[in-house]
Ligand binder design. Structure first.
Ligand code: C2E
Ligand code: CA
Ligand code: CA
Length: 617
């Protein structure tokens, strides 16, 4: 079947074409009548044609001006069918009038017109198979009978030809129809899963929104994104990935069918489900929640694809269609924002869109926008936090970035670094931080401040960037000598290590040849700890502050740190503890043979000048 919404508008566009065609050619009959002095029949006929045209025009207007709901559309289409059949039959009336006329020229005209109208009906009514057949028969049957009644040898042949022509027209018309259906189908469906595609969803959604104007009902929209689908694609290949997508799609379709919901695939591993309408927002929300939970449950059931047993979860965002004045794209965006939030909250979850989320997104966009100018406007500065040994001597520092913006105030690095990573701005920003830090180290050296190490946070995005190694090489040649370069420690986080380990190791080794050392930051918070720890050429392990905070709360916290220290000692790594805020923590960590301590207990991050003062006095 043709996509419903399109199909109606297709039909409605045909009305004007038929009217224009019929009124203009119908006028030809009036002209003939004037010529053959039987004008009153033609005039009467033409008048009738005009009346019918008005009916058709009204049908056209009704469709165009009112947002009809499905039922009304069905009714409208029925009227349209009657109209078209009667309209086409007008020519048969004229046909009978003319073939009964003694003037043989009129017979020719009647025959030619009838054939012409038959061709027109076959094209115009292409999407209405039954109507097309009925109309064609009603137009061609009189012709066939007429030829037979002539009872001449050639007229039998003519009636045969007419029947053949009728058959050909029917065949052509149904062929065109099938093609139309197929191309419509392709335009509105996803090739892989045969679910509706984005276009399909948007039209469906627009229709729902339009309906809401009249019936004040509330459908919901779910946006579903599979978790870590890329990993499956990357590790098992796209064939397996595709099959998994189809299987997930089938499960969604199955469940949705029972709830009268529509599923479409937006692309990749992203799906959208539009529900049937509910009477109140609350009811809609309740159903959305229940449906989403059920959906997650069935998605998480295991899959068997070509001897692989696979598991996958999904993150779901919900948006309730609650305003007829908003556009389809807005609701999709809302659901997308909610879905994204579900991802950041650890995936495998359901989040309902709300205004706070939208503010959060706006704030993020604002950060993104202003961050672009931060370097240019000199808004980025560096702070240095001391690192001390067990004797409380300052042996190093960690470089921490700060951003002060006129409009946003102080934006914490936890907020802007992530965004800089996402937008790629981290490359430029990271370069600036490196340069500043190197310059600082150099100036301290000149002032007689000697440190064992200076730790600089390096994002994975930088580590994988093609120009990074050259940049480091260039900057160290410009500001540092070999001795100073060997004091640089790059802190990388294990959470993001997973990407391309071989490449990472290669890059790390190249930097090592310069004398740079590596520290595994936030250790214990990521996933891939141990196996990577062994593979990567790191020198230092930095216990995440969350473990230090846990120390007082439980025995388990202590065991945790003991374990981490053991691992590090076994792998011959230096241990740094960050987030030390109390003397009790310091005492415990020193007892546990932790090499370096860092935290507010010793000092907050401070600017270059303050750091100098602290060390010189
Ligand atoms: P991080 O690398 O784990 O940095 C340590 C964070 O802990 C810093 O927060 C520091 O101020 C804070 N901290 C230090 N001692 C204590 C303490 O005793 N108690 C508490 N509660 N916190 C303490 P900050 O400066 O806000 O940085 C947050 C994160 O932003 C950093 O975490 C790091 O991941 C990122 N970051 C900061 N500067 C840079 C940078 O220059 N480059 C990159 N790529 N990331 C950076
Ligand atoms: Ca760090
Ligand atoms: Ca850390």
């Amino acid at each position: 079947m043709l996509n419903n919404m399109n199909f109606y508008s297709f039909m409605h566009r045909q009305i004007l074409i038929v009217i224009a065609l019929f009124v203009s050619t119908g006028f030809g009959y009036v002209y003939m009548g004037w010529f053959y002095s039987s004008l009153r029949y033609e005039l009467l006929w033409f008048f009738l044609l005009l009346l019918l045209s008005l009916w058709g025009y009204r049908l056209y207007k009704i469709y165009k001006n009112n947002n009809l709901n499905m039922q009304e559309k069905e009714k409208w289409l029925n009227h349209l069918r009657y109209f078209l059949f009667i309209y086409f039959s007008m020519w048969t009336i004229m046909f009978f009038l003319y073939i009964l006329h003694p003037a043989i020229e009129l017979h020719y005209i009647a025959i030619a017109t009838q054939l012409g109208v038959a061709v027109v009906s076959a094209t115009i009514l292409v999407s209405q198979r039954k109507l097309a057949i009925a109309t064609l028969i009603s137009l061609m049957l009189p012709l066939v009978i007429y030829f037979i009644l002539l009872d001449e040898f050639y007229s039998y042949l003519l009636s045969f030809f007419t029947i053949v022509l009728g058959g050909v027209l029917l065949y052509a018309s149904s062929n065109t129809f099938n093609y139309l259906v197929k191309s419509q189908y392709q335009a509105y469906h996803d090739y892989l899963t045969s679910l509706g595609n984005r276009r399909y969803l948007i039209e469906l959604l627009e229709n729902s929104i339009r309906l809401q104007k009249q019936n004040k009902k509330f459908p919901y929209l779910l946006l579903i994104d599979l978790d870590h689908f890329k990993t499956i694609n990357d590790t098992l290949g796209h064939d397996i990935g595709d099959e998994l997508l189809c299987e997930v799609a089938n499960r969604m379709k199955e469940l949705s069918k029972r709830h009268y919901n529509h599923v479409s695939r937006l692309g990749g591993d992203e799906f959208c489900i539009l529900s049937s309408p509910y009477d109140t927002k609350e009811e809609s929300l309740e159903h959305a929640m229940r449906f989403a939970q059920e959906l997650l449950r069935i998605i998480k059931k295991s899959y068997t694809i070509k001897e692989h047993h696979l598991y996958i979860s999904a993150s779901v965002g919900i948006s309730i269609i609650n305003s007829p004045d908003m556009q389809a794209g807005t609701f999709i965006k809302e659901a997308d924002i909610a879905m994204y939030e579900a991802k950041t909250q650890g995936r495998d979850g359901i989040i309902l869109f709300n205004d706070d989320l939208s503010k959060k997104v706006e704030y993020k966009l604002e950060i993104e926008r202003l961050l672009h100018f931060a370097l240019e406007h000199n808004e980025i500065s560096l702070k240095y936090q001391t690192q001390v040994n067990e004797k409380n001597e300052i042996i190093g520092c960690e470089v921490l970035a700060r951003w002060h913006n006129e409009k946003l105030g102080n934006v914490p690095p936890d907020e802007f670094i992530g965004i800089a990573e996402q937008t790629g701005l981290i490359i430029e920003l990271g370069y600036y931080i490196l340069k500043e830090a190197f310059q600082t180290l150099k100036s301290w050296d000149e002032k007689g401040i000697y440190l064992q190490q200076m730790s600089i946070n390096i994002s994975m995005r930088q580590m994988f960037h093609s120009s990074f190694i050259n940049d480091v090489r260039k900057l160290s040649a410009q500001y540092l000598n070999d001795n100073l370069t060997s004091k640089i420690v790059f802190e990388i986080t294990e959470t993001s290590v997973a990407e391309d380990v071989e490449l990472l190791i290669r890059n790390m080794n190249m930097l090592k040849t310069l004398g740079i050392r590596f520290s595994m930051d936030d250790f214990g918070t990521g996933y891939s700890s141990l196996s990577y720890l062994r593979k990567l050429p790191i020198n230092e392990l930095k216990i995440d502050k969350s473990f230090i905070f846990e120390l007082e709360n439980s025995e388990q916290g202590k065991t945790m740190i003991k374990t981490i220290v053991n691992i590090a000692k076994n792998l011959n790594l230096n241990i740094v503890s960050e987030g030390v805020e109390k003397s009790s923590q310091q005492k415990f960590l020193i007892e546990e043979r932790c090499d370096i301590l860092q935290g507010f207990y010793f000092s907050h991050p401070m600017d270059k000048e303050a750091f100098e003062k602290l060390l010189l006095h």
